[in-house]
Unconditional design. Structure first.
Length: 247
């Protein structure tokens, strides 16, 4: 890539960041470290500061698709932040998770596929998977003005495509997981949520139950990821980061 191309790409990235920030309308930091350790350090610092000042930190990976997502939401007058939060309060999260799990269970002709698998402890995940060295030149650390971390899904309305849950469904589930595990939505792209977990489950029984919930919420992490639900469970024990991706 030549100097001109590099300069053009940086200008385009700056424009995208400015557009996202304008749509958010909240305080923010630009993180220029292009390694996960630097981003995690800034995020941990913001968690402490946010608890004192009443905001929730959210890492946003800027892209043109993120800008389009904000614009599509703005076109729908029923998708403003407050209405999304209100709709989330009317959701029975246990029934929602049950329905989601039923929707992603294999069809009869797929019953021979062993997607349950055997439980074995896997490598823990304690860093954001979406931060890849050399790819993320700048990311946004948005200071979302709420002390209720689950509500950040109303600020970044990612969802409603393919099997990705609607923002109000995300809020209801994030609230449930926050109250149970201290799991807060921490990083978002146009097709990914990563949650930072302060009290991760530490027993096989807990992680197996959680894995079925996560499979219903985002089946791609099994079918296009670890391969089995119990394999997913093995990655969750003691892990402080949960990763969800929708194809």
């Amino acid at each position: 890539m030549g100097i001109f191309d590099n300069f053009k790409r940086k200008n385009e990235q700056e424009d995208i960041i400015e557009e996202i920030i304008a749509r958010l309308g909240c305080d923010y930091l630009i993180i220029e470290e292009n390694d996960v350790h630097g981003v995690m350090a800034k995020y941990h610092q913001a968690i402490i500061e946010g608890k004192k000042e009443g905001y929730t930190p959210l890492i946003i990976i800027p892209s043109e698709l993120m800008v389009e997502m904000f614009d599509l939401s703005a076109e729908n007058t029923n998708d403003d932040r407050e209405s999304i939060i209100v709709k989330a309060k009317d959701i029975n999260v246990k029934e929602l998770l049950k329905r989601m799990l039923e929707d992603v269970m294999p069809m009869d002709e797929e019953e021979e596929v062993d997607f349950t698998g055997e439980f074995s402890i896997q490598e823990q995940t304690n860093q954001f998977l979406s931060i890849q060295e050399g790819m993320n030149e700048k990311v946004i650390l948005a200071k979302i003005p709420t002390s209720k971390p689950w509500e950040v899904a109303a600020w970044v309305p990612m969802g409603g495509f393919n099997e990705c849950p609607l923002p109000e469904e995300q809020i209801a589930i994030f609230k449930y997981w926050y109250e149970k595990y201290g799991a807060a939505p921490a990083l978002v792209t146009h097709d990914v949520w990563e949650l930072y977990v302060e009290n991760p489950p530490n027993t096989q029984e807990e992680v197996e139950s959680l894995a079925w919930e996560q499979y219903g919420f985002c089946s791609d992490i099994v079918w296009q990821g670890i391969g089995t639900v119990n394999g997913l469970a093995g990655t969750l024990i003691h892990s402080s980061v949960w990763y969800f991706w929708w194809d």
